[in-house]
Design a binder for this molecule. Sequence first.
Ligand SMILES: NC(=O)c1ccc[n+]([C@@H]2O[C@H](COP(=O)([O-])OP(=O)(O)OC[C@H]3O[C@@H](n4cnc5c(N)ncnc54)[C@H](OP(=O)(O)O)[C@@H]3O)[C@@H](O)[C@H]2O)c1
Length: 295
Amino acid sequence: MKNTVLVFGVTGRQGGATAMHLQKAGWKVRGVSRNPKMENAKKLAAAGIEMVKGDLDDPESLKGAFTEVHGVFSVQNPWITGLKKEVEHGRRIVDMAADAGVKHLVYASAGTGDKTTGVPHFNTKVEIEESVKASGVPFTILRSASFMELMRDKDFLPPLVMWNVMPKIIGYDFPVMWISAVDVGAVTAAVFNNPKEYAGKELHLAADKKSVKECREIYRSVYGKPPKRIPAPAWLFKLMQKDLYKMFLWMLEHRERESIIEDTRKIHPDALTLEEWMKKMKEIDYPSPAAVQDF
Ligand SMILES: NC(=O)c1ccc[n+]([C@@H]2O[C@H](COP(=O)([O-])OP(=O)(O)OC[C@H]3O[C@@H](n4cnc5c(N)ncnc54)[C@H](OP(=O)(O)O)[C@@H]3O)[C@@H](O)[C@H]2O)c1
């Protein structure tokens, strides 16, 4: 039986965590990176992940990657590639998975799964989801809530976005659903382990619900000081980051079902609460996705 899962975005947050949890569960993991010589990729190779060089802009570079693969984990980041390429890359993975006869494709999406949100980086994901569903490849779609990493990961500019602009737009007391990208990896491993249970499902994931004010209090109690804030006006953010601005406005209108926390815990009972996650971050001195393997 084939027991290899091909993981895209393996040097990143969700892909790195997925690789780690799949490996723990006994799967062989092949990870794709444009640059297997970068620090993150070398760490993954040292941890036993088979790293292959591949670029979603260059389909030829990916042909070998799909050989003898049972499953595929697909994630794109439109902030790296742009929205058009996000769709192109997501569809490319679907097509190559179908051609290779892959038995299970897990697609890391976000949003609601329909185009009613008006949020550009949710709409692109709906387009990829449509291709996933039409492909004939058994699939599971994951729709994660906001990542807890928004509070610590330097890629997300937490002093500016999480601790300043976001509460200016949604308010300090507005309840937000959260999940750690590391737990998305754990859920993905559970999904590959139980295809009968999860194939064909669209799973909304969250492990905690906290306002920015509560997040600040937790941060202060764990780190002994409040998080740094870089002041910037919301109107400037609106000009620079239209997509995220729209998402924050959408969050205000869209109340996520509280039951998704319970549902997520049915799949992964140990999914971290915000306080547990924050304590863990302090323990490992989390600087970037590179630390996922140390988690
Ligand atoms: N932030 C949130 O709160 C949140 C919540 C839910 C969902 N999401 C969604 O999560 C997604 C991002 O996931 P993430 O944070 O796990 O991503 P990430 O950590 O930024 O990782 C992105 C990965 O994409 C790979 N990549 C980029 N261009 C590539 C190309 N041309 N060919 C092959 N690989 C390429 C990179 O690998 P190499 O550099 O090694 O090639 C990298 O490992 C976004 O779609 C976002 O909308 C975010």
